[in-house]
Design a binder for this molecule. Structure first.
Ligand code: PEP
Ligand code: MN
Length: 356
């Protein structure tokens, strides 16, 4: 059933999971899911049954009584259904109702006790599980949660990128920090990864841009919240869209993978990648030579009893590099990050010379 997600073929379309943030009533679940299925664009349905809320008193989900509604939606549409689990009891209830796919929410991924409890409850069960990134930009917790599930014997584990909490970023409810999911893809290339623009954006008007960016970054698909009457949703009203708007959004996304079977494109791409490989090799060679010179300076400093770190020098290097970088189209911010890393390595090398 999840062949399309866990056995990606080069020309597969993006995998779309959609459904309401929360199951509210049987009628709301059934209508939303049937309208979603009618778009023909959805591969799986979702609904939150237990909702993690920051403060007590908010709508905390309908609980297990919503599971039969979702099961019915799955039967009526022929689509698999997905639910968020945060405890062993949630896992048990979902398995009892034949939920096809589970996901671990952002608040749970950040808590190793809870993840382990879920992993233990899933031992010996063959159900696919997607792991959302933790709320805070902490890659090790995300990777750790995946490992706990894999260690429990789960073979079908995937990732959902839902953005990270950050202060002072008015554009996003959760900042995408794209470098983090990219690093997860690099570390765990065999895991499918979906993007969740709903929780990244927190609003409707930017969903498309984020969903498109994820596809451009080679994500395998998307999880987007959809509700039959978004403005009156019991949770996350601002970010939900109707099934019909969702259908149009998915239709408008450009899926660049479709071009990968064009030999011409592949050849051009291979040529450009080769250029990058050669340029990277040159840069590394030069960096090696730079570090050798830095060590020589370290030797002089040692012989003449001079401190390694002279702040004036770093400022001078940064200013000159930024001027030179600007001439070849490099941003100040990038040059600064890059030169600081290079300078730090030089200092470490010199320390080794001093203490050696
Ligand atoms: C959700 O998918 O409805 C949800 C609660 O998401 P997250 O765990 O990403 O906040
Ligand atoms: Mn939500």
């Amino acid at each position: 059933m999840f062949r399309d997600l866990f056995n990606r073929q080069p020309n597969d379309k993006p995998f779309l999971i959609s459904g309401p943030c929360s199951a509210e009533t049987e009628d709301q679940v059934l209508e939303t899911c049937q309208r979603l299925a009618a778009t023909g664009k959805v591969q799986a349905l979702r609904a939150g049954i237990w909702k993690p809320r920051t403060k007590p008193g908010g709508f905390e989900g309908v609980g297990a009584k919503g599971l039969p509604w979702l099961k019915k939606a799955g039967e009526l549409t022929g689509l698999p259904v997905a639910v968020e689990v945060a405890t062993a009891k949630h896992v048990e209830d979902c398995l009892a109702f034949g939920v096809d796919l589970l996901w671990v929410g952002a608040r749970t991924t950040g808590n190793p006790f809870s993840v382990q409890e879920i992993a233990n409850a899933l031992r010996g069960v063959a159900v696919p599980v997607l792991v959302k990134n933790p709320i805070h930009p902490e890659l090790e917790l995300w990777a750790g949660a995946v490992e706990r599930l894999q260690k429990a014997g789960l073979k079908q584990v995937g990732l959902i990128h839902r953005g990270f909490s950050s202060y002072g970023n008015p554009d996003f409810r959760n900042a995408p920090m794209w470098h983090l999911p990219i690093e997860m893809k690099r570390r765990m290339p065999e895991l499918p990864i979906l993007n969740d623009p709903s929780h990244i954006c927190g609003r409707r008007d930017t969903l498309f841009a984020v969903a498109q960016q994820a596809l451009d970054l080679d994500f395998d698909g998307t999880m987007i919240e959809s509700h039959r009457d978004p403005d009156n949703a019991w949770s996350d009203a601002k970010q939900q869209i109707t099934p019909e708007v969702l259908g149009q959004l998915i239709h408008d996304l450009v899926w660049r993978h479709e071009t990968t079977d064009k030999a011409e494109f592949l050849t051009a791409l291979a040529g450009l990648r080769e250029q990058i490989n050669n340029l990277d090799a040159e840069v590394l060679l030069l960096l090696g030579r730079r570090m050798a010179v830095a060590e020589k300076i370290g030797q002089y400093k040692k012989e003449n009893d001079i401190t390694i770190l002279q702040t004036g020098r770093l400022t001078e290097i940064l200013e000159r590099s930024k001027r030179q970088g600007a001439q070849v189209g490099l941003t100040e911010a990038f040059v600064e990050r890059y030169m600081e890393a290079v300078h730090l390595e030089s200092v470490l090398r010199q320390e080794r010379v001093m203490n050696g």
